[in-house]
Design a protein around this ligand. Structure first.
Ligand code: FE2
Ligand code: FE2
Length: 481
């Protein structure tokens, strides 16, 4: 392992010896003002002068990699941090399997690499834009701090991708870096590249579902890029995954705390029937069927991010050693996949069937399967709360054919259990399965800010423990007067 300490002296903290690379340093320094302007325009609305108890990476070692302190968000030290270089690393899959990992961009794969980096990079500022108004309705200072932590780290992930573009892709890399600051989530003229990143995040339940489901897609994408034969991309993604874990923690524990609070309120009020929505809502907590609908929505939008089940782009990215599988190096096979198959769920002759496809073209499906398994484990952890509190309810992942806009099922309609139905039936029934305008209004009615240290809005439980082991009444955000 070659470890380089993080240099915090210059404008851009880094562990890539930026000071020895005048061209890239200059490119990044000239990109910096545009980034700060973007942050002020599109980052958290209204809290730019608040002191936020944030973690900042100070090392890329697994132990003690971050420090916590009060920081004004525009002063956050967004840095360029790559995981340490593994000596003699080889390409772990594809037709170049076993050859030394590339330290420079292989010319023949330049366009493909650039595209993957740009797509990943585009998601990072998009989520900051989607979450920009949440601060106004945060259910506690603890939660307020968490959304800001996620936001500054997504900003850092943008830096991570921009560094790769500027260092390895010359002029078109610089142009792409500018475009990443120009597109806007939800914009008509210049939307973000992927569908789920143009959806609104209107309330805190959406935010928690987004960080559980959509950041988890991010994790899967980063895991497969962390396998890349292009070593700088691999090292970049490996460190991003360290930060990403917190985002999913925010999502999983956020939903958990909502469930906990609802179950406790139901028990206290003696409500047995979770489907008695009016009675549960009267308690000022989120009823479980509405939570299930939000889950349906965010899960189905996130499944779309995996692309078409059968894809020659995915095959090419693997074959060329650019994008591997989830935990590639732990899989026991030939890592080339030229003669194996993988079962793909397809829409054939009016029915949903599993069909064997060449494993190479089925890689999106495979990654999606790994993702679904990961989601399912999280759902089971949520379901334990019902058992613990004695409430009769279960959350379920919907069928993959439900509410899809990309891939095999984009042109069909299905119920959450995977029964195919026609468009008219779907229209008629969809408010039972997806959040309706009335559900949205009800949740919005609960979104009142709670800013007293140690206090939480009525619809959510306090966390089991504080960030950085802080006590329950710790002032995570000092809001400027
Ligand atoms: Fe990210
Ligand atoms: Fe994230």
């Amino acid at each position: 392992m070659t470890a380089i300490n993080i240099d915090y002296n210059g404008l851009i903290p880094n562990n890539v010896e930026l000071e020895k690379d005048a061209r890239v340093q200059k490119a990044l320094e000239s990109w910096h003002p545009g980034y700060i302007a973007w942050w002020k325009e599109m980052g958290p609305d209204g809290f730019q002068d608040a002191l936020v108890y944030l973690r900042t990476a100070v090392s890329v070692d697994n132990q003690g990699w971050a420090k916590f302190d009060y920081v004004r968000m525009p002063d956050y030290r967004w840095g360029i941090l790559l995981a340490n270089q593994e000596e003699n690393r080889t390409i772990p899959f594809g037709e170049h399997f076993g050859k030394p990992a590339w330290q420079e961009v292989p010319g023949e794969y330049r366009a493909m690499l650039r595209r993957l980096i740009v797509i990943q990079g585009d998601t990072e500022p998009a989520s900051v834009e989607q979450q920009r108004y949440l601060g106004k309705t945060a259910p506690s200072l603890y939660d307020l701090r968490n959304v800001f932590q996620v936001n500054v780290e997504e900003g850092r992930h943008l830096w991570a991708m921009v560094y790769l573009l500027q260092k390895y892709f010359g002029r078109d890399g610089r142009e792409e870096a500018e475009e990443l600051l120009r597109r806007r989530s939800g914009s008509q003229d210049a939307p973000r590249m992927l569908g789920a990143f143009n959806e609104a995040t209107p309330d805190w339940l959406s935010f928690f579902m987004f960080t559980f489901f959509t950041d988890r897609d991010g994790k899967m994408q980063l895991e497969s890029l962390a396998q890349s034969g292009f070593d700088p991309l691999s090292r970049t993604c490996r460190f991003m995954l360290t930060e990403e874990a917190h985002h999913m923690f925010v999502g999983e524990t956020g939903v958990r705390r909502v469930i906990q609070r609802t179950c406790e309120a139901m028990k206290a009020a003696g409500i047995e029937d979770a489907n008695d929505i009016a009675a549960v809502r009267a308690l000022g907590v989120i009823d479980l069927p509405t939570l299930q609908k939000k889950l349906h929505l965010h899960y189905s939008l996130s499944l779309d991010l995996f692309g078409s089940e059968v894809s020659t782009n995915a095959a090419n990215a693997f074959n060329s050693g650019i994008k591997g599988r989830f935990r590639e190096t732990n899989i026991e096979d030939d890592h080339r996949l030229t003669s194996s198959t993988y079962p793909v769920l397809k829409f054939v002759d009016g029915a949903i069937k599993l069909v064997d496809e060449p494993a190479l073209t089925a890689l999106n499906m495979r990654l999606r399967d790994d993702y679904i398994a990961d989601c399912a484990r999280g759902i089971e952890r949520w379901n334990q709360i019902f058992a613990q509190t004695g409430v009769q309810y279960r959350l379920e992942l919907p069928h993959v054919a439900f509410h899809r806009h990309i891939g095999e099922f984009r042109d069909v309609h299905a119920t959450p259990t995977g029964i195919l139905i026609d468009a008219a039936t779907f229209q008629r029934e969809k408010d039972k399965w997806l959040p309706s305008p009335q559900d949205g209004e009800f949740i919005a009615s609960l979104m009142k800010p709670e800013r007293e240290p140690g206090k939480f809005a009525n619809w959510i439980s306090p966390p089991a423990r504080g960030i950085d082991n802080k006590p329950g009444d710790f002032e995570y955000v000092k809001i400027a007067a």
